[in-house]
Design a protein. Sequence first.
Length: 128
Amino acid sequence: MEVTIKHLDRVKLFIQSRSHTILWIVPLSVGTAMAKKSNAQIQWPWFILFFCLAAVANTYVHTFQAFYPNLKHLGVIGLTVTLFLIGTGLSKKTLQEVGVRPLLQGILLWIVVAVGSMALIRTGWIHL
């Protein structure tokens, strides 16, 4: 698949819309807790603070401009891994209890299925 400017624009729009959604998490959760007069302890989502700091640094601090693309790439990788762990329900505690072996088996299975599917598509056994 060839990546075009149109694809990049869609990705940028998606990231911007997700960014706006992320920024609403804290005020909404605090407001809901206050409205319900809840005594529950709210866990602060630290990624929002770091997201805001990165946005401010990108806008106003031009000293490290050359490093921003690399930092952005690391951020995307971190976000991808985080969303994967949230989606699978894995936590540090769960991984320590279960061990690394099942995780490695799952990754190996994913690689085998992906390579096998690609081979079947390329040989014409599967038509898209």
